[in-house]
Write a protein that binds this ligand. Structure first.
Ligand code: BTN
Length: 243
């Protein structure tokens, strides 16, 4: 289905999410429309970070989705988007793909890409969501990160990555449209980075360290970690650091 929706490609943009936000407002812009570029002048990441990528080294794209979520359901979009990106990498023969809470994409314990979701609401109604995705394909000069070319010899081009991604998104759109939250949760937890492993974490508010294991991510995005003393702690974004 998404294969037939428009795809706009640019040699250079400030940010694919910025461009997408201008056209997503138009009623004629179809759900599934893709915006891609070879280079972003002002690529944006989560937590107000910049997203930097050398020209032609990455998949840089935004998919516009128009699905009427309720505010309390919106974290399922984040889980679903991360799953479709993970499945795309797996289809391109990348092994050991995982999703680091909330939606970073990891391969063999290193970040290979990330997702920036921006939603437009009014009166508790979602107008559109922008799913901005950056995946390192060949950028070797990355500290503490990795790229597709480190993990396979059949390196996909950005257009072939998009084709696979859109196939997964359209094939799995029913999970969102039919509110298959249990199925999304089951797939997400299956790929969740460090789930069930005893690891060290730091609590942001007092900088204290503890060891524990990730148990699950709740519907509102709260990460649940079980401590050595078997009590469960819950964290939202920016409240915990993975050590
Ligand atoms: C993260 O911080 O992990 C999220 C990174 C998201 C980057 C992508 S690249 C395409 C789209 N346009 C942007 O400006 N950001 C997202």
């Amino acid at each position: 289905m998404f294969e037939q929706t428009p795809h706009f490609h640019f040699e250079q943009l400030d940010s694919t999410n910025n461009y997408a936000s201008t056209i997503a407002k138009l009623p004629e812009t179809l759900s599934g429309t893709a915006i891609t570029t070879d280079f972003q002048l002002e690529g944006r990441g989560q937590r107000d970070n910049k997203w930097l990528a050398e020209p032609g080294s990455s998949f840089l794209g935004t998919i516009i989705l128009k699905v009427p979520f309720k505010p309390e359901e919106i974290f399922y979009l984040s889980k679903w988007a991360a799953l479709q990106v993970a499945k795309t990498l797996i289809q391109h023969n990348i092994l050991c793909v995982s999703i680091k809470w909330p939606n970073d994409i990891f391969v063999e314990g290193k970040k290979i890409g990330g997702i920036l979701i921006e939603n437009s609401w009014s009166d508790q109604q979602l107008h559109y969501s922008l799913i901005g995705i950056g995946i390192n394909i060949t950028n070797q000069h990355l500290e503490n990160a990795t790229c597709i070319s480190n993990h396979t010899i059949e390196i996909p081009t950005a257009p072939s990555f998009l084709k696979t991604l859109r196939n997964h998104m359209s094939g799995n759109l029913f999970l969102l449209e039919e509110k298959k939250w249990l199925e999304i949760d089951s797939q997400y937890h299956h790929l969740l980075f460090q789930k069930g492993e005893i690891k060290n974490y730091q609590i942001a508010k007092d900088q204290s360290n503890f060891s524990g294991k990730i148990i699950r991510v709740e519907a509102d995005g709260k990460l649940i970690v079980e401590t050595d003393s078997q009590s469960c702690l819950g964290f939202y974004m920016k409240e915990i650091t993975f050590l």
